[in-house]
Write a protein that binds this ligand. Structure first.
Ligand code: NAD
Length: 379
């Protein structure tokens, strides 16, 4: 993959002409937690409007109507696990794009159906559950000439963008190692289906690890992963627990994902990425989401933007005096705007389907290696 964050293969020319200055009309698939965050963000974006939604739970649709003003006749639930099909049929010609905010297992079928209906698509992270699903999604977008974006917001943070620019300009020299940690000491979600492997594809690695891995890969210029070696363990989530924690009472009976994953990726440029990710473990910290990079000329820590190097015959540590806060309001607006502008104007996507596919190869490579118990080649 090239040293670029931009999609190279999603075509847009044919679609662009038809917008002529009007808003992008969006339909939301899955109207739960993160969809509400998207709804709040869409309110701030002048060239987009949400005109339809679907879910498999009725009260989610009530909220779309009562809180966000989507008309009842544009809300769909039909008893099937694919309510978007009724929505796509009924809203034909009235929507331009679909925003998929369901559990991971639904991302691929909903995106592929949307692309095949000629609609642009955004899916929340991770892109899907398997590499094959991601390839099928990219192929569907390309075949239909529509834009496909993945909901990675960490790459839009100023610290990610600055460090990535510095690396691309050679400041760090060759990056030898990136250490990624996305670890909660006890933070198993007690809502949704985050503990169910068949619906999510995995646990902390695919759910929270994906964010930190993706931002580190953006820093590295999206190199291609070639080898993976990893292990996964489940030792807390599948049992009842009396230990006090922030989200007690998770459903241990349906818990089939890992509590802890660790492993290593070798990229085609020689960089090694070491990864730790947990919903539950016995680490010191309560919650840590960060990466550290070590280059031949300098190193850095992502969350603090601290930089370590040699200058004037001294080993110096540097930290920016000011780095804009990258709270969710800001980065969600940037990620949705990037997709909307891409759909309306043909501008390049930063988190394209191709980027999502490359990240998925890391996640699935680690899971596949853990399953067989030895290093594997990623294809
Ligand atoms: N970018 C981020 O920081 C971020 C944060 C949280 C969640 N997410 C991602 O967003 C997605 C949803 O997570 P969430 O926290 O909103 O979960 P959630 O459980 O709160 O919401 C999911 C919604 O999808 C609906 N749904 C389930 N199956 C469906 C189907 N077949 N068709 C239509 N709707 C269906 C559910 O009823 C629910 O309303 C996940 O992929 C998650 O990884 C991203």
């Amino acid at each position: 993959m090239s040293d670029s964050n931009q999609s190279v293969s999603t075509k847009i020319e044919g679609k662009k002409a038809s917008f002529k200055g009007r808003k992008l009309r969006i339909a939301v698939v899955g109207c739960g937690g993160i969809a509400n965050y998207h709804m709040e963000t869409y309110r701030k974006i002048e060239n987009a409007e949400v005109v339809a939604g679907c879910d498999i739970v009725r009260d989610r649709l009530d909220r779309m109507r009562d809180k966000w003003g989507v008309p009842e006749n544009a809300l769909f639930i039909d008893g099937s696990q694919k309510p978007w099909r009724a929505m796509l049929a009924a809203m034909k010609g009235k929507i331009d794009a679909v925003d998929v905010c369901t559990p991971n297992g639904v991302h691929a079928p909903a995106v592929i159906d949307a692309c095949n209906a000629g609609l642009h698509a955004m899916t929340e992270k991770p892109m899907a559950m398997t590499v094959k699903e991601c390839k099928d999604m990219v192929a569907a977008a390309n075949r239909n000439g529509v834009k496909l974006a993945v909901g990675f917001q960490r790459r839009y943070q100023d610290n990610t963008q600055n460090l990535a620019r510095m690396r691309a300009e050679g400041f760090f020299g060759d990056v030898m190692l990136v250490r990624v940690r996305a670890c909660r000491r006890r933070g198993i979600p007690n809502w949704g289906v985050f503990g169910q492997k068949d619906k999510q594809g995995g646990g902390p690695l695919i759910d929270i690890g994906v964010h930190i891995i993706e931002s580190a890969m953006a820093f590295l210029g999206n190199p291609t992963p070639v080898y993976a070696s990893a292990g996964t363990w489940t030792f807390i989530g599948d049992k009842p627990s009396e230990t006090m924690s922030m989200w007690p009472g998770w459903d241990h009976k349906t818990y089939t994902v890992e509590d802890f994953a660790c492993g290593q990726i070798r990229f085609d440029n020689g960089t090694i990425m070491q990864i730790e990710s947990s919903f539950a473990d016995h680490q010191k910290e309560h919650d840590i989401q960060d990466w550290w990079a070590y280059g031949t000329k300098a190193g850095c820590q992502w969350s603090t933007s601290e930089i370590w190097t040699d200058q004037n015959r001294m080993m110096v540590n540097m930290a920016p005096v000011f780095m804009p806060e990258c709270d969710w309001d800001v980065v969600f607006e940037r990620k949705l705007r990037n997709w909307i502008d891409g759909c309306l104007n043909g501008t390049p996507l930063q988190a394209s389907g191709e980027i999502g596919l490359n990240v998925q190869k890391v996640l699935c490579g680690l899971y596949d290696s853990a399953k067989v118990g030895h290093e594997i080649r990623i294809r």
